[in-house]
Write a new protein. Sequence first.
Length: 69
Amino acid sequence: GTDDHTVRSHSGARVADRAQIKRIQAKVGATADGRIGPRTAAAIAQWQRKNKLTADSKVGPETWAAMSL
C-alpha cells in the first residue's frame, strides 16, 4: 500500500503515540527514539525473557500488563 506516514511498529501495526513507544523503550532500556526498530525489538524480547514472558518482541496484552505502563 501507500505510505501514509503513520508511525508503525516492527510488525507493521499502526502506532498512534510515539510517546508511548518511548515509555516502552525506557522500560526495556532501549534508546528512546519513538520507533520500534531491531534494537528495541531485541530489548523487548530480553525484557520479556527476564520477566518470564513469551519473548516475541511484541508488546501484547500480557507484556503491556507486566510493564505497568
